[in-house]
Ligand binder design. Structure first.
Ligand code: C2E
Ligand code: MG
Ligand code: MG
Length: 579
């Protein structure tokens, strides 16, 4: 068997027919085959070899290698091989894929040496052939294993990056433009936590299959981890085309997926960055695509966004914010402010909402509207939520210890926390630790936090109610505003969002809707609070519509615990006076 390729020194000296004989014997023993050509390179002998090749071999006699049907795998052109033959050089690595008669195809590796007669006259080539089909199959499989993501069958991160580098440097050399599409599944985290990772995986695989229909070679498709799917469009002549592809991608994904007995709806956002305009190398291009993706997600998802330089600044700010927030989180560098809830129309203090505050040494006060989403995305929200609950309970215990009986305090809870099966247990243990009664605490959860109202969050809501802890549906009117939520979820309070409070007085339709919602809530035994009341007019209006209580700058802004205590004492003094 020829285990090592022949070097040029292996060429037989003129007339060395003895070597030819041993070559032939060697081939026969190993299952390889021996071959010879005449002086014009036509095959004259094919001897031995696998039985599957026998029928094909008989048809090859009299032909030159390049005249036999098949595909040349190595070297890259027949021209290259022919030059070697014309120079009468030995060759060791000619690889061709050839159809066998009725037996599929075989990959064959051939090596050969020139033969000269005793007079030094060239008489042809002789050599050995070997079937390497299995070996190449294994090599291909190994290569696939190293470069293909097994779940989605897209290029994995490493392979995508390598191919993309190559595409970009070719494009750069030729002055061409490329486009990177960063594709993200909207609410994929939620999907994973609601239905489990197995469902998440199946959705990803289905999405990838649809993407392969839309983005075809030579364009690249890869998975860079999680739900991060990327496409690189090669040689983009017209930016409008990219827009069309981005739209095709969102449309291809926006379908619902039936997985067993559950129906999961998926939507994608796409961020687009152009090479070299938005990013001069792969990393910069990824940053541009990611920033645009974030923009598309912020716009509500299910849509596409192009990169702009303004986005770059925002992304930088967000990255900075996340870094600073992590630091603040480590030292729990937070405070809780309290905003009163007053009864309508009397204006008595009937509760308070605890609102998280974070002041960064350099960036100053940052609103929870900005950092809560960061906490949710970076996985810190559970820890933040724990701190909020403990801090509220600790404060409550202090007030109790000095003999004060304040109305209930509401804390905001993220949807991520609500989907944790251990959430209620943790709340009850904390109440116990600080000797706070269930009636002293209320939990606010936004509708958006309850989307999909997963089995776990519903169960948690029920268990909270059974334990005597009241729940409020926060920000009603933002996002889903589902009447089914009102009907199905065990809620004690409905909080009408500030945007509705403002719009009611301006828009007749909104006013009618809000009025109907309030009526319905009352029928379901819920109490209704108007949020964001800033003017006396708004207060009267919301009262007339049927709101039982209100919260807003008109009555008080969120304030530190000591100040809130002051306003509680004042309110009590007023009540006493009135009595
Ligand atoms: P939210 O739960 O709806 O809280 C009410 C927000 O409206 C507060 O904003 C409050 O300061 C503001 N607000 C109250 N009255 C008025 C008014 O008359 N006019 C105007 N313009 N605004 C008013 P804040 O404190 O910035 O909090 C924003 C949101 O961040 C909260 O909305 C809540 O969803 C979230 N959040 C705050 N603290 C926490 C927390 O501890 N945990 C979680 N998960 N989310 C929190
Ligand atoms: Mg709230
Ligand atoms: Mg609210």
């Amino acid at each position: 068997m020829m285990s090592k390729p022949m070097s040029e020194a292996d060429a037989w000296p003129a007339g060395a027919r003895a070597g030819e004989a041993s070559l032939r014997a060697l081939a026969l023993r190993s299952g390889d085959w021996y071959w010879e050509t005449d002086a014009v390179l036509r095959l004259t002998i094919l001897h031995g070899g696998p039985s599957a090749a026998e029928a094909a071999f008989s048809q090859w006699i009299g032909r030159r290698d390049w005249e036999i049907p098949g595909e040349l795998l190595r070297p890259s052109t027949w021209q290259e091989h022919k030059q070697r033959l014309e120079a009468r050089l030995p060759f060791s690595d000619l690889v061709v894929r050839r159809p066998l008669v009725g037996e599929g195809a075989a990959v064959q590796q051939l090596c050969g040496v020139p033969i000269f007669d005793p007079a030094g006259q060239f008489t042809g080539y002789a050599g050995i052939g070997r079937d390497i089909t299995e070996q190449t199959r294994t090599q291909d499989a190994l290569r696939d294993l190293a470069s293909i993501d097994p779940l989605t069958l897209l290029l994995n991160r490493k392979a995508f990056d390598e191919s993309a580098q190559q595409v970009l440097s070719d494009a750069y050399a030729r002055g061409h433009q490329c486009a990177l599409l960063c594709i993200g599944l909207d609410r994929f985290r939620v999907l994973n936590s609601v239905y489990g990772h197995r469902v998440g995986d199946r959705v990803l695989a289905a999405v990838a299959a649809r993407l392969r229909e839309v983005v075809r070679p030579p364009n690249l498709l890869g998975r860079r981890g999680g739900d991060e799917i990327v496409a690189l469009l090669v040689d983009v002549v017209n930016s409008d085309l990219v827009d069309a592809v981005a739209r095709d991608v969102t449309e291809a994904i926006a379908r619902s997926e039936r997985l067993g007995n559950i129906e999961v709806s998926v939507r994608a956002s796409v961020g687009v960055g152009f090479f070299p305009k938005d990013g001069g190398d792969l990393d910069a291009l990824f940053n541009a695509g990611d920033a645009a993706l974030l923009r598309a997600k912020e716009a509500g998802g299910g849509t596409q966004a192009l990169f702009t330089p303004e986005l770059a600044r925002r992304t930088e700010l967000r990255v900075l914010l996340e870094q600073r927030f992590r630091k603040a989180y480590e030292s729990r560098d937070f405070r809780l402010f309290y905003q009163p809830l007053v009864s309508l129309p009397e204006g008595r203090l009937v509760g308070a909402e605890a609102l998280l505050r974070w002041k960064d040494a350099e960036l100053g006060d940052i609103s929870p509207g900005e950092f809560i989403p960061i906490a949710e995305e970076s996985g810190l929200i559970e820890g933040v939520g724990e701190w909020v609950l403990r801090e509220a309970c600790r404060q409550r215990q202090l007030w109790r210890q000095i003999g004060l009986d304040l109305p209930p305090i509401a804390i905001n809870v993220s949807g991520v926390q609500m989907r944790n099966p251990g959430f209620v247990e943790f709340v009850l243990l904390t109440l116990d630790e600080f000797a706070v009664a269930a009636e002293e605490l209320e939990i606010e959860i936004t509708e958006t936090g309850l989307i999909d109202a997963s089995a776990v969050s519903q169960e948690n809501l029920r268990r909270l109610r059974d334990a005597g802890i009241k729940a409020a549906l926060d920000d009603f009117g933002v996002g889903y505003s589902s009447l089914a939520h009102l009907r199905d979820l065990p809620m004690h309070r409905l909080k009408i969002d500030r945007s509705f409070t403002i719009e009611c007085m301006q828009n007749g339709r909104t006013n009618s809707i809000v009025q109907a919602v309030i009526e319905m809530a009352h029928k379901l035994d819920m109490t209704v609070t108007a949020e964001g009341v800033e003017t006396a007019k708004q207060k009267d209006w919301m009262h007339t519509l049927g709101c039982d209580s209100a919260q807003g700058f008109l009555f008080a802004r969120p304030m530190p615990a000591e100040e809130f205590l002051g306003s509680f004492l004042e309110d009590r003094a007023r009540q006493v006076q009135r009595a």
